[in-house]
Write a protein that binds this ligand. Structure first.
Ligand code: UDP
Length: 241
């Protein structure tokens, strides 16, 4: 698939058109950002590592029946995806209390939750992605009741697939964020995962030592960020990492 014009440059990826409006090229850069873009850096090799980890995870999800926008790996830093119209919310599932939930409710990071907790956030850097609920999403017109139900069901089902996959690699899946939408050529079809799954968008802790293997290494200046991302890729068996 021939890469066309640059359409959008995000914080870590650049999106290019292709000759077919139904497909886009997702280019993974080495840029990393945190705190809504307030902290920025370049980490050599991140683009390639995340592209490969994401492709491996997307294939596992697709094999388990999750509809995803991922089509195929194109090269070291690029993947082909379906063009999507996205719902402007982030879906988070937590198995262990960490990050914003620990802060919001004053609960110690690392507290195990008796069952997974689901949270919605409204996507807005300017507003720092505020927590929101089903009513906000439905009444403000961001998504329908059916789409809300589908986002919850799919995000939970991803936990059922990935938690055991990471556990088998000696890694605790603490929490993760997913975003959904509809492929542009199928606007009324099934709600589809339109996001990456990489150590940039989840929390992964070594099951034995509790060592952080995800973007918190960058957020909290723990060092050796990419070495730990690669460790994740190697442990889950992602080819080429
Ligand atoms: N997350 C993300 N993008 C965001 C916000 C959160 O990928 O814009 C991920 C984050 O890496 C973590 C999970 O979602 O794995 C829950 O994040 P949290 O609400 O704890 O916010 P944080 O403290 O990470 O900002």
């Amino acid at each position: 698939m021939q890469k066309g014009a640059e359409l959008y440059k995000g914080k870590a990826k650049t999106v290019f058109a292709t000759a077919d409006a139904r497909y886009l090229v997702m280019h993974y850069r080495d840029d990393v950002s945190a705190f809504d873009g307030a902290k920025l850096a370049k980490l050599e090799g991140k683009g390639e590592t995340n592209n490969r980890i994401n492709a491996w995870v997307m294939e596992k999800l697709a094999a388990a029946g999750v509809p995803t926008h991922f089509v195929r790996l194109l090269n070291e830093r690029e993947s082909l995806v379906r063009a999507m119209k996205m719902v402007p919310v982030e879906c988070v599932v937590r198995n262990v209390c960490a990050g914003s939930m620990a802060k919001r409710y004053g609960i110690a990071e690392g507290t195990r939750l008796s069952e997974p907790i689901f949270e919605f956030f409204y996507k807005s850097d300017a507003l720092h992605d505020p927590l929101c609920n089903d009513d906000h999403i439905r009444v403000l017109g961001w998504a329908s009741s059916e789409e809300i139900a589908a986002m919850k069901a799919i995000t939970h089902s991803v936990n059922g697939i990935l938690k055991p996959m990471f556990a088998a690699a000696g890694i605790d899946l603490v929490d993760y964020k997913l975003e959904f939408g509809h492929p542009v050529d199928d606007p009324h079809g099934a709600l589809t995962l339109g996001d990456e799954f990489t150590p940039d968008g989840c929390r992964l802790w070594d099951a034995k030592t509790g060592e952080k293997l995800d973007k918190d290494r960058f957020r909290r200046d723990l060092g050796e960020v990419i070495q730990h991302y690669r460790e994740v890729g190697r442990r889950i068996g992602a080819p080429g990492v």
